[in-house]
Every structure is written in C-alpha cells, then in structure tokens.
Design a binder for this molecule. Structure first.
Ligand code: SF4
Length: 265
C-alpha cells in the first residue's frame, strides 16, 4: 500500500516535471526562431546538403538540421511508433511533432499519440482537416474514402499538412527505402517543391528490424497494432492486417489502385 502510494506520487512528480519542462521550452521557443528564409535560399541549402551529406549517418544529418534550422523544424509522425521523433529530439528536445488527426484513426493510434505526448520530450501538434468527418459526410456523402480515397486524403491529410508546414523551413519524415519500391530511391535530404521547403528522411536507409531494435533499446512507445499484423498504420478504414512476410504496405488501401496518401509524392 505504502510503496504503491509512493510510486503514484513519483509518477505524478515526474509528470509535473515533464509538463513544466515543455511549457518552459514553449516560452523560450519563440525567442529562438528566426524569420523564415526564402524559397530560393532553402532550395540552395537542400541541394548543397543533399550532395554533401548523401551518405551521412542519421546523427550527422540531424546535427546539420539542428544547426541550420533549429526549431523551424517539424517532424511528421503517424504514431505507428515514436522512433523518428525520439531520434530527432536527441538533437532538438521538444521538437514540434505533427500528428495528422484525420478523424479516422484506430483507438490504438490515438492512445499511442497520448502516451507519446505524456512521456516523451516532444511537442505534439495536432493537424486537423478543415471539415470534421460529419461535415465531410454531409457535403460529400458518407464514406468518401471508399469512393474517392484520393480526394479524402487530399482534404484530410495533404491540405492540412501543407497549411501547417508554412511555419517551418524543414520537415522530417520517417520514410524508409524498404517501405516499398516507390520509396526505394528516397534520399536523406531532398527539396520539396510542392511545399517549398527542405525535406529530410533520416531513417531512409533503416530496415524494419533496425527500427524495432532501436525502439526496444530506447524503450520507445510503439503502437500495439505493430505487433498485431499492422507493420504500416494509417486510417482505420484504409488499413488492413498483412500476412507475415508480405509487403509491409500491402494493407494500405488494399484492393485499390492507390499506394500513397499524397504526402510524399
Ligand atoms: S487514409 Fe483513408 S480515411 Fe484516411 S484520409 Fe486517406 S482515404 Fe481518408
């Protein structure tokens, strides 16, 4: 009884310390931000670094990001796991971590998002679509994802992300070359013409096993669906379990002529 009480008190103290540190970071953050540089300046930086750091390690790439962009950096996280934001937070503690809150997520994904926010040195930014699911249903008809997933992804993912990214100079993704043949040539550093900013894929060369090994070694929060047949996790209506050994993304928009949501194409 006594040790349980102490443990709860300890947990509470750690939570208060965690939340206080995040608030302190947010207060300081504004003073650390410089003006956003022009599209031309950012493009030149991306082109130079993409050659210079073409074979760099994850740490070397992120050291460059932290020095060059500081907190004008955003990390995209699907909440399948929190390896990417953890790796980035080693260089930029409390970095903004964007979660596309489409309104269609599995309960496990929302639970992972909440666990990441309450335990990790990150600042979660929920990126929400212009319309709620109910508003989209009313305007476009129920279950648009089944009739026009391209439009649904455009309105619930691509447009909200593009609007949010306007406040940053670089975004960091967890795209890995192993994900699919479409991603096989993903560079570590790239120019994102569509969003007019630098795009960094520091885990591009990582294998799935390396990802899981890092998560286990560093006690990283993992979506429980990852151990239940979902190596790639998107919105619930568009994600199915895959058989062991299958293409990890085979369960995304299964049966449809669609393999990407439009964020990386
Ligand atoms: S993944 Fe499916 S539900 Fe989610 S935004 Fe795209 S089409 Fe809509």
């Amino acid at each position: 009884m006594t040790s349980n009480t102490v443990s709860l008190a300890d947990q509470r103290r750690r939570q208060v310390e965690h939340d206080t540190a995040r608030e302190e970071h947010h207060r300081e953050r504004e003073s650390l931000l410089g003006p956003i540089r022009s599209r031309e300046e950012l493009k030149a930086l991306a082109e130079d670094a993409s050659v210079r750091l073409a074979d760099a390690t994850t740490d070397e790439v992120l050291t460059w990001v932290a020095k060059e962009f500081g907190y004008r950096t955003a990390v995209a996280c699907s909440m399948a796991d929190a390896v990417l934001p953890d790796v980035v937070a080693q260089h930029l503690p409390w970095v903004d971590t964007l979660f596309l809150d489409t309104g269609y997520h599995f309960a496990e994904t929302i639970g992972t998002r909440d666990a990441v926010e309450s335990t990790m040195q990150l600042s979660i930014v929920d990126v929400t679509p212009q319309r709620t699911v109910a508003e989209q249903d009313a305007e476009f008809g129920k279950d648009l994802f089944a009739r026009d997933p391209g439009l649904c992804c455009q309105m619930r993912k691509v447009e909200p992300l593009a609007a949010t990214l306007e406040g940053y100079e670089v975004w960091i993704t967890g795209v890995r070359r192993e994900d699919s043949w479409l991603r096989a040539n993903t560079p570590l550093i790239d120019w994102d013409e569509k969003n007019g900013m630098v795009k960094v894929n520091p885990l591009a060369a990582w294998t799935f096993d390396e990802l899981i090994e890092y998560a286990s070694e560093h006690d990283i929060v993992i979506n429980p669906l990852m151990n239940d047949g979902y190596p790639s996790i998107g919105c619930a209506p568009c994600t199915q379990r895959v058989a062991p050994g299958d293409d990890p993304r085979a369960g995304r928009w299964a049966g449809l002529d669609k393999t990407e949501c439009g964020l990386h194409t």
